[in-house]
Design a protein around this ligand. Sequence first.
Ligand code: NAD
Length: 296
Amino acid sequence: MSIIAFIGLGNMGLGMAANLAKAGHEVRALDISEDAIAKAVNAGCVAAGDMNDAAGKADIVITMLPAGKDVSMVYAGDVGVFDCAKPGALLIDCSTIDVATSRDVIGLASHKGFAMIDAPVSGGVAGAAAGSLTFMCGGAPEAFAAAKPVLDVMGKNVFHAGDAGNGQAAKIANNMLLGIHMIGTCEAFNLAEKLGLDAQTFYDISSTASGQNWSMTNYCPAPGPVASAPSNRDYAPGFSAAMMLKDLRLAKAAAGNSGALTPMGERAEAIYTQMEQGGHDSMDFSGVMKLIKGAL
Ligand code: NAD
């Protein structure tokens, strides 16, 4: 069993750390929120007072933080992971952040002699709690191989996407596609309704025809056809429009940096920005249906 420093015990990190503790690892929990640390202790982790206390003896350091600036600060800032972790510690960043920062931080880690991977996830808070996340990892094959047994505790599918930052690239390209097909699915249901089809009739046809997609069959934005979808709970999240917008903005930045044309991704970002400007971004991202219907 390993000593694992877990930094960032919010909605996602808490469930992930709890599963590591349940599997018998010593999980040393660090967060700027005392409430987050208290919840982690309740879930079987050990409270760490500071970075030295968290990372000083850890074999593995895992971070699950909001954004790139937090990741840079936690690793490379004053009294950060790079200062405190013991030589040979394996570093795993599970946050969803911009590709450029991810590559910079992993490059710095390697300069300091640490093996590090990016390992962003999909599966949401429920997947974190259930240990059924999908991990998309980037970094050296040996670092990925060393991280895999620990990621297997927290997830069901663990992919190696290639070099440092490629996990982030996979995550934001996937989520850009999700944002696009969610909006397209809303438009199709709305058009069908305006032309006289009820949601179930259109679903029965389109879900077995060429318009079929994940947003339709797993997360249908029109109330009715998919019982578990947020559309049946007045679009309570789930995966919020704010989170989707964060990922679409990361995709836009990465597209700009790499010269990739993403006109549909940009349009999706503009539409979710409208939700944000209207103060509706805490709603599930499938709530964009209301915007498309002119009901927001
Ligand atoms: P969250 O805001 O609930 O948790 C982040 C935690 O990090 C908080 O407890 C915060 O106090 C802590 N933190 C921030 N700065 C810190 C610092 N300097 N040192 C120590 N702790 C610090 O966010 P979340 O929903 O758990 O998401 C975490 C990451 O996972 C994000 O990058 C997000 O995009 C990604 N993600 C979230 C979901 C989801 O459904 N929530 C799904 C997939 C990926």
